[in-house]
Each structure stands twice: as C-alpha cells, then as structure tokens.
Write a protein that binds this ligand. Structure first.
Ligand SMILES: [Fe+2]
Length: 228
C-alpha cells in the first residue's frame, strides 16, 4: 500500500466520523508531527497498546477491494498486571464493496455492529480443528440477542443499528453494500499479532511503499517516535 493512500484514508476517516457525528479521542487527532511534540511518557498506554489508526489492505495490494479502516479506541493485554483491561473497542469504516477477508480468532469473541450507512453483509462458517472451513456445520449466532441459524457461507445482512456476536473459531468475511458502513467492534482483548487466522494467504498488516512523507502514524508505527 502506498503511504499516500494511507494518508488519504485517514484524512477521509476523520471526515466520515464527523459526518456520523462521532467524536474521536485526542490521540486519534494527532498527526505524526503533533505526536513528536507530545510528552510521550503520559501517553504510554496508547503507545504500548498500539491504540490508534490501523489502515490495512490485508497484504492483498488492492485497498478498495480488500481492506479496512480501523481505529483501536481501547484494549488490554492478556495476563498483564500493567494493562488488565479484558475488553477492546474499535471503530471500523468499511467502504462500499470493500471486503475484509475470511478469518477467525482463536481466542477473541467479538461483536461487530453496523452503526450506520449501508448494509453490512457478512458470511460465516465454523473452523475445523485443522483451521479449514467447515462446509457442513450449521452456524448459530445471535443478532442483537436473537438467534439466527445460517448455512455455512450464507450471507447475513446487518442493517444500520444491528450487531452480531461472533464466538472464537467462527470464520467471518464482511463487506458493505449500498453505501459505506460505519462499523464498530466491541470485543475481548484484541491481539492482532497472534489471534488472527486467515483462510487465504495475505496478512493482517500492509506492506508500505513510502511514496510521500508520513502524515499520520499507524498504531504499529509508534516505534518511530523514539528515533530522533
Ligand atoms: Fe474478526
């Protein structure tokens, strides 16, 4: 992914949040330049837990087709005395027809919500013991507390206001139809380095082509602040 695309995606994400009247925490508003003027010791939780912007094309190289804009708002660390928070929260922005590819989480249970915009479409299926897609086993999930039964791979449409609870080891793939979707994730502790299993090759983070200067640091780039 080009740095210019990432800069633009975060500019746009701010504008979209404003359109939905979602106010963001202070750390989401800092450019790389603003971060360099901050007393970093006061921001240790944000830096250590990598709260902040996360733009990804899942290593596929075509952000408009396969990609996601995330803002991690809160998180913890499993079995940590310093960061014992057992839950996480993220804002998601899903462009129209932009998909997040098939994956499941070994540990994390997450609720994915459609907070407004178009339809949030999702396909679901259980992972087998060897992490393949189970074509047979029926999927039962709760959408806002109501049981829904689906065939493996059947599309579940979440209208604005609806949300689904995804247990661990349930493969999911989602995309937006009709318009961009402002999504939200409320989950157990999130560990993007270890807890994601993708069905197809790719990855969780983009490979970045530095074609222009960095305007916004991604949440996994805070290490650059220690380099003078
Ligand atoms: Fe997920």
């Amino acid at each position: 992914m080009k740095r210019s695309q990432i800069n633009y995606a975060i500019d746009k994400a701010h504008a979209i949040a404003a359109t939905f009247r979602v106010c963001l925490p202070e750390f989401a508003l800092f450019t790389a330049e603003a971060w360099r003027e901050q007393p970093l010791e006061e921001w240790s939780e944000v830096l250590d837990l990598q709260l902040g912007w996360d733009i990804t094309d899942f290593g596929r190289g075509d952000f408009s087709k396969t990609g996601l804009t995330l803002l991690t708002l809160r998180n913890g660390v499993l079995h940590s005395a310093a960061y014992p928070k057992p839950y996480a929260e993220k804002m998601l922005q899903i462009q129209q027809e932009q998909q997040t590819p098939w994956h499941f989480h070994a540990h994390k249970m997450e609720d994915i919500l459609n907070r407004g915009g178009g339809d949030l479409c999702m396909q679901l299926g259980w992972a087998t013991d060897d992490a393949l897609f189970d074509e047979q086993r029926r999927v039962e999930v709760r959408v806002d507390g109501r049981w829904r039964t689906l065939k493996p791979g059947e599309t579940l449409v979440l209208k604005p206001g609806q949300g689904v609870c995804l247990p661990p080891r349930l493969y999911h793939r989602f995309w937006a139809e009709k318009a961009l979707v402002l999504g939200w994730e409320i989950s157990m502790v999130n560990d993007d380095k270890r807890d994601n299993h993708f069905l197809e090759p790719g990855g969780r983070f983009p490979v970045i082509d530095e074609d222009v200067p960095v305007k916004w640091l991604l949440c996994h780039e805070y290490g650059r602040l220690n380099v003078t």
